[in-house]
Design a binder for this molecule. Structure first.
Ligand code: ADP
Ligand code: SF4
Length: 692
């Protein structure tokens, strides 16, 4: 069956096939390897997630890094494994799911060197030279001798053969992110060898060359051989750099792989959040040289979500294939939407790295924009399909934040008549408000994707400037009510550290994030007490500094924005705030206001000290705006009399959390409405059991 399309011919170039050695992709949309917290532990979930992207039109779909041997395992993180032939059936699930939609399946074979502390296998890690592992484990990697090198070559070769037998079309040799043995060999700061694998760049590249040749010899007649290489570590001459040794490496290996997959290192630079790299194509300045040095196709990334930017990369000779991890997570159907001329329906990645947090926390991937991500198998959710309505009942959604918008959109997709009421004069709730803060402009995409679609639907009515109270809701006559009324920041200092209000707050001008976003302006020297630990404290520090304040940020944690470690931002946030001149006071809590000064107490010793401040900003915890819900719920007889069959509270109004959780709960509520139970799927998960 052919798909109808109304595509702009300018985008035709994106649908041209590209030859990768003996295999050919059907188009230029290439999902590069990405971690996901599913890996070896949840093969059915993984296969369903990858298969969904193939259904959505991606021409090639790759695995995450796949460990080739137990001497390289990064537990507790859940990556792929192809230790021996017994892992083949699990990989078959993925390759079959991908092939079912005419896409190529690629596998990123990895040996992690001293990046792998081998916490489960308990084998000593290996490296070009002896050194501690790059985690704080009391573990050292030993220098590989020539037997180890021979073994590594053998493992790579065996894994490549197993990969081919598992159905993979593209087999990777991976030297990237400073997390791989091959990259460790290439970098002079790690490779202090005096044999012919150390010293000159030719020698340091030798092992990579040998393994590329081995893999090509083993499976190159049937599989395309991809080489993933980080061309710049942003360390200048201290590391691999695109105007230095990377040119030597590309020059030496130019025609050896069938595909160059190029990026930058470390991972936090490669998967930079929009807060630090707001522009798509941000890697071009590093990777652009590669195409001029090889005739082989080149794939690269840059959080590409716009068809025009993609075409520009191809036409200007920067890339041959548009690589994407996060854009394919946020919208598995991005290629099909371009193909079918539905560009305005693309669910654009906001660059928040909540997806990455799943991997870093060893739990299944999730996505702010795409609530179905990671739920394709467990909940049988499809990003573009939802069960049709089961009644003619009308639904009222109160509140147009991420949760209300997502709930309204999915209910409308099901065919229900939906009314959305918003108290304010703009749609979007916190996604609109927070998008005005430094570095968070892309958060508006959470609103824009949904409002664009909602406004096109003739079964949706949207009312702005419509704050609804109990009386209005009871009078309207809707049978079903979803309250997505959001949350507000607490003004008493309670949160994780304090479980009682901070004494003396009434003696100092005190502000919450809501106050500052609403335009209230403190005067003079401001102290932020950040007991939230995500992005809000840091971005408010930037905002206040830009407004001319002297700013200190006090946190009970040992570092600023501690949770952003999982979104790969923590080090960059701390460096940025320090470079801006914001004073950072860690391991301290604001414990009282006394005599016009802030009392700080040490998290470890309780010892106190005093600092001066003209104003205090409390970024501690949020309270659900659930008064309306509690009032309505407390009078079931009124609900009955009004003909209200269901009343639900969703998103932050139910339980304050991330943008991702607000969208997720809005989606879940719409899916479960007159349908599936919200928790049944969780009992069906991939879990070990003794009963077959
Ligand atoms: P969430 O993250 O759960 O979606 P937000 O705080 O982003 O929550 O959005 C909540 C939205 O609900 C805000 O735009 C707010 O103006 C709106 N809202 C709150 N109470 C009412 C009400 N009683 N009537 C209509 N809209 C409301
Ligand atoms: Fe993009 Fe955020 Fe989704 Fe990751 S979680 S794909 S960064 S929107």
């Amino acid at each position: 069956m052919s798909v109808q399309h109304n595509r702009d011919p300018r985008y035709d170039i994106l649908f041209e096939p590209v030859k990768i050695g003996p295999v050919t992709t059907k188009n230029r949309f290439y999902q590069v390897p990405h971690c996901n917290g599913l890996g070896y532990a949840r093969p059915k979930s993984l296969a369903a997630m990858r298969g969904m992207k193939a259904e959505g039109g991606w021409g090639a779909i790759c695995t995450e890094e796949v460990e080739i041997h137990p001497s390289s395992e990064i537990s507790p993180y859940i990556e792929g494994r192809l230790w021996d032939h017994r892992d083949i059936p699990a990989h078959r699930l993925m390759t079959d799911a991908v092939h079912a939609h005419g896409a190529l399946a690629g596998v990123e074979l990895v040996h992690n060197g001293f990046h792998a502390p081998n916490r489960t296998s308990r084998l000593p890690p290996m490296a070009p030279s002896a050194m501690p592992v790059d985690a704080y484990d009391p573990v050292h990697a030993r220098a590989m001798d020539l037997t180890d090198i021979r073994n590594l070559r053998k493992w790579y070769r065996t894994a490549a053969i197993n990969a081919r037998d598992a159905g993979y079309d593209i087999v990777y040799v991976y030297a990237g992110h400073c997390m791989t043995t091959l990259m460790h060999f290439m970098l002079s700061r790690f490779n202090h060898r005096s044999d012919h694998y150390g010293g000159s760049i030719e020698n340091r590249v030798r092992l990579t060359r040998e393994i590329l040749e081995d893999v090509k010899d083993a499976v190159g007649d049937q599989c395309g051989i991809a080489f993933r290489f980080a061309v710049d570590e942003l360390l200048g001459k201290e590391g691999m750099s695109s105007d230095g040794e990377a040119q030597d490496v590309v020059g030496m290996l130019a025609e050896l792989p069938d595909l160059w997959d190029v990026n930058i290192s470390g991972w936090s630079q490669d998967s930079s959040t929009a807060r630090f790299e707001p522009i798509e194509g941000y890697q071009e300045k590093y990777t652009a040289f590669v195409k001029s040095m090889t005739t082989k196709p080149v794939v690269g990334v840059g959080r590409f979500t716009s068809a025009d930017a993609m075409v520009s990369q191809i036409k200007r000779g920067v890339l041959d294939l548009i690589g994407a991890a996060r854009p394919s997570i946020a919208d598995p159907f991005l290629p099909n939407k371009i193909f079918e001329g539905r560009i305005d329906e693309i669910r654009e990645c906001i660059g928040c790295n909540i997806c990455v947090s799943g991997d870093n926390l060893c739990v299944p991937i999730r996505c702010t924009q795409n609530p179905t991500m990671g739920e394709e198998w467990r909940r049988n959710w499809h990003p573009e399909k939802i069960a049709p309505k089961v009644s003619e009942d009308a639904v009222l959604v109160v509140g147009s934040g991420p949760s209300g918008l997502e709930c309204a959109l999915q209910l409308a997709n099901r065919g229900y008549q939906v009314t959305l009421a918003e108290a304010g004069t703009e749609l979007g709730g916190r996604s609109t408000k927070e998008s005005q803060l430094p570095g968070l402009a892309s958060y508006a995409r959470v609103r824009d994707y949904r409002t664009n679609l909602l406004q096109q639907k003739n079964n949706v009515e949207i009312y702005l400037d419509s704050e609804l109270d109990e009386t209005a809701i009871l009078e309207f006559g809707f049978q079903h009510i979803f309250l997505a009324t959001g949350s507000h920041w607490r003004k008493d200092g309670t949160g994780r550290h304090h479980h009682q209000p901070i004494p003396g707050l009434e003696t100092i001008p005190t502000f919450t994030p809501d106050d500052l976003i609403a335009g209230q302006a403190p005067k003079g020297r401001v102290v932020i007490f950040d007991d939230d630990h995500y992005y809000m404290g840091g971005v408010l520090a930037e905002k206040l500094l830009a407004a001319g304040h002297s700013v200190s940020l006090v946190t009970p944690a040992v570092k600023v924005s501690a949770w952003t470690e999982f979104t790969l931002e923590q080090e960059r946030i701390q460096a940025k705030l320090l470079n801006l001149g914001i004073e950072i006071i860690t391991s301290q809590a604001v414990s009282a206001i006394k005599n016009g000064e802030l009392e700080l107490s040490c998290t470890y010793t309780g010892k106190t000290k005093y600092i001066a401040a003209n104003a205090l900003v409390l970024v501690t915890a949020r309270n659900a705006n659930d008064d309306l819900y509690q009032t309505l719920k407390s009078s079931p007889e009124n609900l009955d009399a009004a003909g209200i069959k269901t009343l639900e509270v969703i998103g932050d109004a139910y339980s304050p959390g991330s943008l991702a959780s607000a969208v997720y709960y809005g989606h879940l509520a719409a899916r479960c409405f007159e349908g599936e139970s919200w928790d049944a799927a969780l009992f069906e998960g991939e879990r070990p059991g003794l009963v077959s």
